[in-house]
Design a protein. Sequence first.
Lengths: 311, 233
Amino acid sequence: MTASDQPGQAVRREPSHGLRMLLIWVPLSLAADLVIWFVWYPHLPPGRMTDVAAGQQFDLAVLAICGAPVILFIWIFGVYATIVWRRRPGDNDDGPPIRDNKRVSAAWIAVTTALVLGLFGFGTYQLIVPNGAGGGQGASPAWAPKKVDLQVQVIAQQWVFTYRYPQFGGFETPQLVLPEGSVIEFHVTSLDVIHSFWAYQLGVKADANPGVDNVAFAKPVQTGSVVVRCSELCGLWHGAMFDYGRVVSPAAFLKWAKTTEVQLASVTKILPPFALTYDPTAIKTLGPVLVKLGLTGAGGGFYGPQVPVQP
Amino acid sequence: MSLPARVATLIVAFLAVAAVVAFVVVKYFLTSSGPPVEDFTAHVTPDTGAAVNVVMQEAPQTTVTTDPDWVTYFIQNPQTHAWVHTTNFSVPAGSKINITIYGYDGCTPLRNQLWGQVTGTIGNSMTVNGKPTSLLNSWSECSVAHTFAIPSIGLNIPVASPTTFQANSNLCSTSPCTMSDPHTVVRFSFLSPRTVGAYFWQCKIPCGLGYLDGNGGPMQTIGYMTGNMQVAG
């Protein structure tokens, strides 16, 4: 029995806890969202080097802005309940029975449903509109830009990435150089095991599977350095499979590409013709050489399915 | 059980678990140092450009181990000139590293023809049996056995193989191979980095016989077709 229930004492009017919490929650949420938008957002990964990277940064900011009020609501409720509804000295009674509150339940369901469906719609839109948002879309991209300026093939092999430029004679180089302001179409593939091409600042991440052409798009809008890492555990030196690419001005790119094309002309001649995927076990020119030498298996060819011992 | 007895039991149990963990860490992690490191830093002052000579061989098998069908590299000890089954070696920083590789294994096509190009050496070339070479086409001729590559410094060497049918049919069968076995001699030089640390090297031809697409076994094991070049200050 509480003091207010004693005969002759005035019944204490319960304050509006909901209003109190609302008055705490609204300004705090507003402050948090303003901090996120103006302070945190510009520094969120992966930066704004490409259109898709900027899109990912915006997505993270939107998610943070939606999530902050939810987290604050939970924290405020917890702290408020701990302070206001704590047990006081002499209060040995049970609390009042908790009954269903249809208005609160309906509001909770409506708000969470709207939030989840809204984020679903937002996420879907943000995936489609920026042409796959930098993710690999397989050989037939569902969302592609109207115009592609430069194709770059990313070839993964234990434990290095190389890059082919089909519009410049198909030369292949371990250097990734891209022009600012151009729409890039990446064709990602592998010559051995599964790798993953993750160009952090570009906002591009696409699996590199042997025999598969995985297409991703990005448009660099800033010059600078790009860290490329393999993000699929690919063997002993997976951790060392990284390099640094560059986004340069269109003029600098053109100069680099033409110079490199000439420098690598002799090795480009012995490369296979540019293709979306490569099967190194089928080298047309090699067969006659091996037959002439009478070599098989370990003496010359690749170890294919015919080799009986497989781990 | 009294409180002191319970506390004592708890402490003993904790110490027993800690001892087991310490044993596992020391036994299996701290003391398993892997293949030995051949030291080429003696009597050389780093960052002076002084020359260091490293001699290796790649052999078609490893009859000195329990994996005799794995291809492997050996490194010659600089003092005794004995072949040591390891792929780890240390060199002084900022020095000219002269490497000689005796290629005893037969030819195998490169998975990526780009690695037929010599890069990262002084002059971007090597010699094969004394003949200057900067590019080997392993798809049109029997010419490459393995590669020696240190990706972090841009070094790539296609290690030449014996080219004739007779040589490829009579490869060395006991490792380490001897000078009487068919082989090629590949020589090249490069400048070691001025930054001390471990620089991994690898063969880029998937040469793990019996493993899926040749990617396992010796390709993934230090001491066979990959290792570390330790650059010392």
